[in-house]
Design a binder for this molecule. Structure first.
Ligand code: GAL
Length: 717
């Protein structure tokens, strides 16, 4: 008897060892692409981020990248099941910094932070609740990790110390050691996935930017907007009529401000919050004629909507069986993970909007807040939980709205308020209702770590200085936009800076060949067009840690942190943008190693140093890398039409010989997916007489060619 009991206990002990012991999970890594490894543990759920996004990796582009070895010590990655959840452990080295975990707005360094990744409207704290809480992180050591889960994940980014830590912190005594820290050094990123298994990926570098590129390419590469998407856009007052909109477009034309698309806000719909998705007959009696007339003026139309279906919408009874148990503003929530719901909603979009020429959408309210969005007790007819739907709704609306445009071979570029891992290739830019100019720049920086695009939109301003400062950053962002839905502002609303705004919008247009090429690199090579300087070669950071206050009484657990760079960013391959905020008269700019030049004058600015610059209200400080090549065109009022030829002025900065590639295609269709594009090689070389000379390769035969005459400008004397 006794013996038997012992045996039972022994068997039980072995079983529990297998189930609960940290090292018992053997991880079987599979190389799924060059420099990308996947592991699947336990029973991963059938619905996850990559399934929702359902995008093919760009394997060919990944194959072209350098071969790489697995970037982490495999034995230091471990998984165990606890409390019905999956615990993941990844190692951290002492000097490593961690970036990413989605669209944060106040922090760039994530090491030491605790987050619950949860799609939500950003609420002024970097706690994981944000528009795109992408479960992907990038290490300064040059690798990335992605957790493919559509759940709210708890993430401890080097904030905790395990008893079995391989590299534990030193024991310190607060009584005697003034370096005692409330947050001792931690050697791990720990993640809790509330499911009994999960799939996750590791991306090799060797540099952090390479890891980001591999992540983006694995998600199909970044989006390639149509050329017009990179022009200027105005969102008009929410209750404008067709005549008001036309008048506004005419004013842009008469005053010579560039304009490529106008966004209509809720009042174009007969009912909004919840929505009918049908035109309001009083404000827009003949939508097809209106959209055509606007198009004749060179201006496209983008429509605001949220996905919540009004009981007064004509599609209501058809879609009702495929909607959730709860409502948002009494509107039904389509279960967009079901083909039936998608078909009904997007056929309506197609019939009433896209077929008459509407160019895109602004899809609002797919993020949060909990107080008005559906709660987690909501059920969906597909059987997906409210949590899974919340994490993926942004992906679903982007994917299936884009498909309608794809069917018509017409590119779109719009706005959305939620996204997630897997959404890299969708042609949407995230925006929100917070209006801190500083946070907007930090958002731009973080977007580049997470495979999303973000716009620091302009709405209203207290002063003309603030107006101009905000306009400057918007013109150096993925979408140059005024959102006047409530403010009714126009670019010329502040007369004393109206001309500066015009010049800025014209500069945006002049730079279109540059922006377009940088987006092509996002698509074909995975390089984010807007990103942190932390991803630059030659980036250096003083590792000095700073304490804010030193009084024990005030904050006995204060932690010293290294300074983060939150006020400058890279725009494309060559430009470093260092915006001024209203009220600032001087600012410091960190220039990574290598020579940098002033964008406007070509003058030398510095090399691997911190410079102080004075404010010049009319200009946003921009610096160009040595050898930087910036293709520019005439400041047109509208983006070049499909296949329209434009003359280029190619600018070169600095002393270096250089080679760069200029992307070209028709600018509007998806024909590039079938090889109808070209890269023209631009070379600048110093001749025997000491002068620089530029050449551009001939156009490829049977490929689109929109490049007219080329002239050269060597900016640095
Ligand atoms: C908000 C959105 C604004 C504007 C407004 C219209 O949710 O963030 O940009 O579109 O709705 O009601």
């Amino acid at each position: 008897m006794k013996k038997n009991n012992c045996l039972k206990t022994g068997v039980f002990a072995i079983a529990s060892f297998l189930v609960f012991n940290t090292h018992a999970q053997v991880l079987k890594w599979t190389a799924v692409a060059n420099g990308v490894w996947k592991v699947s543990v336990g029973k991963p759920e059938s619905y996850d981020l990559l399934k929702a996004a359902d995008v093919k990796p760009n394997l060919a582009a990944l194959t072209k990248m350098d071969k790489a070895v697995f970037p982490l010590p495999k034995n230091d990655i471990f998984v165990r099941f606890q409390d019905g959840k999956t615990y993941l452990h990844f190692p951290l080295e002492r000097k490593e910094q961690i970036y990413g975990f989605g669209l944060n707005f106040q922090t760039v360094h994530q090491r030491g932070r605790i987050l619950r990744l949860h799609v939500d409207h950003y609420g002024n704290t970097d706690n994981g609740r944000t528009h795109a809480p992408v479960p992907f992180y990038v290490s300064s050591n040059g690798y990335g990790v992605f957790i493919n889960s559509a759940r709210y994940l708890d993430v401890y980014v080097g904030s905790a110390v395990r008893k079995d830590s391989k590299n534990p912190p030193e024991l310190q005594d607060r009584n005697t050691d003034k370096n005692w820290s409330a947050q001792p050094y931690s050697d791990a990123v720990e993640i809790l996935v509330p499911a009994q298994g999960v799939e996750f990926y590791v991306f090799a570098g060797p540099k952090p930017l390479d890891a980001v590129r591999r992540f983006n390419l694995f998600n199909g590469g970044g989006c390639l907007p149509p050329r017009w998407g990179l022009g200027f856009t105005q969102r008009v007052n929410r209750l404008y009529t067709d005549e008001d909109v036309k008048k506004e477009a005419q004013e842009f034309e008469a005053k010579e401000y560039p304009l490529d698309f106008i966004g209509l806000e809720p009042g174009w719909q007969s009912k909004s919050y919840p929505c009918t998705f049908e035109w309001d007959k009083t404000r827009f009696p003949d939508p097809a004629k209106f959209v055509q007339e606007m198009s004749n003026m060179g201006v496209r139309i983008n429509l605001w909507t949220n996905p919540y279906v009004s009981p007064q919408a004509s599609i209501y009874s058809k879609i009702a069986p495929f909607t959730a148990s709860h409502t948002v503003w009494v509107g039904a929530i389509p279960d967009l993970s079901m083909p039936q719901a998608r078909k009904i909603l997007f056929s309506q979009f197609e019939k009433d909007h896209i077929n008459i020429g509407v160019s895109g959408y602004k899809i609002d309210e797919v993020d949060g807040y909990d107080s008005y969005l559906y709660p987690d007790v909501t059920t969906f007819p597909s059987g997906h939980s409210a949590e899974q739907m919340r994490q993926t709704y942004g992906l679903l609306v982007q994917k299936y709205s884009t498909e309608v445009f794809h069917k018509k071979n017409s590119r779109t570029y719009g706005l959305v308020r939620a996204s997630n891992g897997g959404g890299v290739s969708f042609p949407y830019v995230i925006y929100n209702d917070n209006y801190s100019h500083q946070d907007f720049i930090t958002g731009l920086i973080n977007s580049g770590f997470s495979g999303v695009l973000w716009t620091p939109e302009v709405r209203a301003s207290k002063t003309s200085e603030e107006w101009l400062r905000r306009m400057q950053t918007v013109c150096f962002s993925p979408m140059a936009m005024i959102n006047a839905w409530a403010s009714s502002t126009k670019p010329w609303s502040f007369p004393d800076v109206a001309n500066d705004v015009k010049e800025l919008a014209q500069l945006r247009m002049q730079m279109m060949p540059y922006w377009y090429t940088e987006f092509a690199k996002y698509h074909f090579e995975g390089t984010p067009p807007f990103r942190a300087i932390n991803l630059e070669d030659g980036f250096f950071q003083e590792n000095k840690k700073e304490k804010v206050n030193t009084s024990l009484e005030e904050n006995p657990y204060e932690v010293a942190i290294a300074k983060e760079i939150k006020d400058e960013y890279m725009a494309g391959e060559y430009l470093l943008v260092a915006p001024f905020f209203a009220g600032q008269t001087t600012r410091k700019v960190i220039l990574p190693k290598g020579k940098w030049y002033d964008f406007y004058t070509g003058d030398y600015a510095g090399d691997g140093e911190v410079i102080t610059i004075n404010s010049n209200l009319g200009k946003i400080p921009v610096f160009v890398k040595d050898g930087g090549i910036i293709p520019m065109m005439q400041p047109m009022l509208h983006a070049p039409k499909a296949k329209q030829k434009v003359d280029l002025e190619i600018r070169h900065y600095g002393q270096k010989n250089s080679v760069s590639h200029l992307y070209d295609d028709d600018g509007e269709t998806f024909d590039y997916e079938h090889g109808l594009y070209s890269w023209r090689e631009i070379k600048v070389e110093r001749q025997n007489d000491g002068q620089l000379k530029g050449t551009i390769s001939a156009p490829e035969i049977n490929k689109p060619n929109t490049i007219g005459n080329v002239s050269w400008k060597f900016m640095t004397k």
